[in-house]
Every structure is written in C-alpha cells, then in structure tokens.
Design a protein around this ligand. Structure first.
Ligand code: TYD
Ligand code: MG
Length: 474
C-alpha cells in the first residue's frame, strides 16, 4: 500500500520531471479579447473582463497540419510603382446603402464581418445582397450553420427572391465547406454565422476564440487567394462585442455593425473599420415585410414624427460618416423629487450632457440643480460628435424656459466649457441638408459662416457664444 503509493508518487514525479519544457496542452483563453494565459484567472489582465477565461486545447491534432510546419519558398517583394491601382474594381452589390457603407461597392478579395444583435436583420440583409449579386450573374454560396435550406428558402420567398445563381450549404465543418468551395468556385461567399463553423483540426469547441479565429483566418486566406469577397456574420455577446471578438476585428478588412433597436423600423449599419473606405460610414435601412429597404432620405425619416411648436425640441445637423443627417434633440427639464436632479440621456453621452448643464448654470445663469434633465435623440439614433452640443444646449434651454424653438430653425456647433461656440467640420454639407429639408434659418458657429452666405432661402446666423445663440433662438 505504502509502496504502491510511493511508486505512484514517484512515477508522477518522474513524469513531471521528464520534460519540464514541454508545452501544456491547454491554455486559458479570454473569450472576450483573446488573451492567453497558462493558468486560470478570475479576471482577464488584458481587457479586465471577469470570468471570461476558458480552457482550450490549442495544438492541432493532426501532425504536420499545425502552424509549425512550413516549407521554404521563394518570395519576392514587389515595387510599389508596379502595383496596379485597385480603386476602380469595386463591384456594386446592388443594395445601395450596403454599397455605401462598404465605401462604394464590394472590393474583390475582401473579408467583411457583419455583427449585430440576434434578430436585427443580418441574415435578411445578406440574403438580399446574395440575391442582387447572383442576379448580376455571379455564383454566390450561402453557408448556413444556423438554418436549414428550407428555412432560408422560406425567408427568401418572403423577400420575393429569385436568386438564380445562389447556392445554399447548411454545413458547419470548415473542411467540408472548403471542399465544396473548391468544387463550386463561387464568386462570393456568405458565412452565417462564423461562430457555428468549426475546424476539425482544432480541438476547441465551436464558437470558442481559437476556433473562431482559425476559421476567420482560413476564410481570409480563401478571400485573398481566390480574390472573392467573403462576408462573415458574427453574433454579438451580451456586452456588445462579437464573441471571439477583437481578435476577429483585426483579421478582417471591414467591420460592419447593426445599430439601433428592434423596436424601431429603421436599421443602421455602421462601418467601424474599413480598409477600403471611410470608417464610420452608415447605411440606413427600413425593415419592412419585404425585407430591408434602403432609405433614400434618412433626415426626412428621422424628422417625420417631430412635434411642432413644443418646448424642448430642436433639430441639429450631424455628420454620419460622409453623410449629413438631421436629427431631433429632445430635452425635458422638470423639478426633481429627490435632493439633486438626475441627468438621464439616450443617444448622447451622459457625461457630455452633465458638462453642458454645468456650463449653462455658470454661463447662462440657469438654475438646474433642483431639476431632473432628460435628453433624448428621437428615433433611437446614437450621436457622438461634439457638433451636436449646441442642439443639446438649445433643447435644454427651451424646456427650461418652456418656450418652443421655431420649427423651421436648425442648429449645430461644438460648445466649450467657457460657453464659446466652436466650429464644426463640413458646415456647408450640414447647411445644405437643412436647406434641402426646407429649414429657413440655421444657427451655426460664427467661424463656420464663410461660404454659407449664398445659401438660397436660408438665413445663416453665426454665433460666438451660447448666450448669443440663446438670444437668437428665443
Ligand atoms: P434576421 O435576418 O433573421 O436576423 P439575424 O440574422 O440578425 O438574427 O431577421 C429576423 C427579423 O427580421 C425577424 O424579427 C423578422 C424580421 N423580418 C421582417 O420584418 N421582414 C422580413 O421580410 C424578414 C425576412 C424578416
Ligand atoms: Mg440570422
């Protein structure tokens, strides 16, 4: 008994000392940021996420297929001057707003990640893109790990899709998928979703960081080698990042996110990263019974239900990517039931609003400490540019004074801590959008007025400070 025990202990010791440098077969990988650790940790030291480390096997199971096997190849650098310009080879998908977020069409050989909450319309949008692409004669392969062919066909029927050259493949095994790609030679590939696809060469569970990263990497190679676009649909986890996540964002060329809520009819697709176009570009769609329809005039859509001659509402001109967008800022100032007033916001940064309120108290003599202040961007839009400051200030002032602002007036401008109104970028584009929607007056930073004098039918008022702006508005 004793001896057996000793022998076992020794045996273990002997095994342990056999090869102290041998790599552990598993590592712990943060499912949020991809950080790797040899031991389990409660909190990821990289991204600070709690309880996100999961044990994963990292070694490829089949010898010779891992990353470590490589052969020496002749490689040659290419002269910059000899490289052909690629800008004219964009292929329009046929879905105008989708082309817009991509920067003007699909670049061949590009890997695009499309993320968003469940049920927001990712599969719908990509099926519509597949339909339009295939209508132009391209063979499109739609790989679905989530729905059967029947289900996709059902959705297609709802969307009124013909899709002559569209092929569906309900498969999750990467090797099988690549086999079929080899046979079919599609001109575009859609993967719905990246989290369901797994490589049999990796031992981790499908959806884990190692798997998702490996699969995305293989699709990247496929896209580059065959020079075809590959679209990866990705799920967003509770905290808003795509599972298997930041690791993916830097692998792909373009990251598109669905924004907004399911309770609104419109859907906003934003490019948060784009190697082939402007980041922050947005595409705006409306979800209808016939799928997602591109919204031709988004400002009109966002101002549709605007109340007229009501205190606490003003229209501000924002830039979303390269496009101007008019949105309504709403504010409600009301006496608080608590000691100090609350500041609640939706669609604008709460800290920014607190700062503007403090500025209003100090510079414009408003007493807001005993009031709750609520600020909202109508239509569920998120506005994060400083040029919306003047709109927020004007809406709060309007509600505080209980005086409506003329509904034919729009404003924009950044507000500083001393109450100065600073210039915004692209004032002419914003002003022209206001003009196009029939606004008669715009209040802008005085440094932005040059070049705006010739705007037909619009009175442009330049202001230097918040006091000047409020005097002009009320
Ligand atoms: P879907 O594309 O399946 O979402 P995701 O792939 O992002 O999870 O979208 C599903 C939602 O869209 C569902 O709630 C129903 C709605 N929908 C419409 O309103 N109209 C349509 O024509 C279609 C196909 C879906
Ligand atoms: Mg889906």
């Amino acid at each position: 008994m004793w001896q057996a025990h000793l022998a076992r202990a020794h045996g273990r010791d002997a095994r342990a000392t056999q090869n102290p440098l041998k790599k552990p077969e598993t590592t712990f990988v943060c499912q949020s940021c991809g950080h790797q650790s040899r031991k389990w940790l409660g909190k990821c030291p990289d991204c600070g996420e709690w309880n996100s480390l999961v044990e994963e096997r990292t070694r490829a199971t089949k010898k010779g297929l891992g990353r470590s096997s490589f052969t020496l190849k002749d490689v040659e650098a290419v002269a910059y001057q000899e490289i052909e310009s690629q800008d004219d080879v964009r292929v329009p998908s046929g879905v105008t707003e989708f082309d817009r977020v991509l920067g003007g069409g699909i670049v061949p050989g590009t890997l695009v990640l499309i993320g968003g909450d469940p049920g927001i319309g990712k599969s719908t949008l990509l099926l519509q893109v597949a339909d339009k692409l295939s209508a132009s004669g391209a063979l499109v392969l739609y790989i679905s790990g989530e729905e059967s062919e029947r289900q996709i066909k059902l959705r297609g029927e709802r969307l009124g899709i013909q899709a002559q050259n569209l092929y569906l493949l309900p498969e999750t095994n990467l090797e099988n998928i690549f086999h079929e790609v080899e046979r079919l030679k599609p001109a575009a590939i859609i993967v719905d979703s990246i989290q369901t696809v797994f490589s049999a060469l990796i031992e981790s569970a499908p959806g884990s960081v190692s798997q998702v990263r490996e699969v995305a990497h293989q699709f990247l190679l496929l896209a580059k080698n065959r020079s075809i676009p590959v679209f990866l649909i990705g799920h967003i986890t509770k905290d808003g990042s795509i599972a298997g996540p930041k690791a993916l964002e830097h692998i792909v060329d373009t990251v598109l996110y669905f924004e907004g809520e399911r309770h609104h009819n419109h859907r906003i697709v934003r490019a948060t990263k784009n190697r082939f176009g402007a980041a922050n570009e947005v595409g705006i769609f409306e979800m209808t019974s016939a799928g997602l329809i591109a919204v031709a005039n988004p400002s009109k859509l966002f101002l549709e239900e605007r109340p007229r001659n009501v205190a606490g509402s003003v229209v501000t001109a924002c830039m979303e990517g390269t496009r101007p967008l008019l949105v309504e800022v709403q504010a409600l100032v009301s006496g608080t039931k608590y000691g100090t007033g609350r500041r609640m916001t939706q669609g604008v940064d709460q800290n920014r609003v607190s700062l503007l309120i403090a500025m209003l108290e100090k510079r414009a003599g408003f007493q807001l400490i005993g009031d709750d202040v609520f600020v909202n961007i109508a239509g569920g839009l998120e506005v994060d540019e400083p040029a919306a400051d003047l709109g927020v200030v004007a809406a709060i002032a309007s509600s505080f004074k209980n005086t409506p602002i003329d509904p034919q007036t729009a404003v924009f401008g950044e507000v500083g801590l001393t109450g100065e109104v600073r210039g915004a970028m692209q004032p002419a584009v914003r002003a022209r959008e206001a003009q196009a929607l029939g606004f008669k007056k715009i209040v802008v930073p005085s440094s932005n007025t040059t070049g705006l004098e010739r705007l037909l039918g619009v009175r442009v008022v330049g202001v230097r400070s918040v006091e000047e702006a409020l005097a002009e508005l009320f």
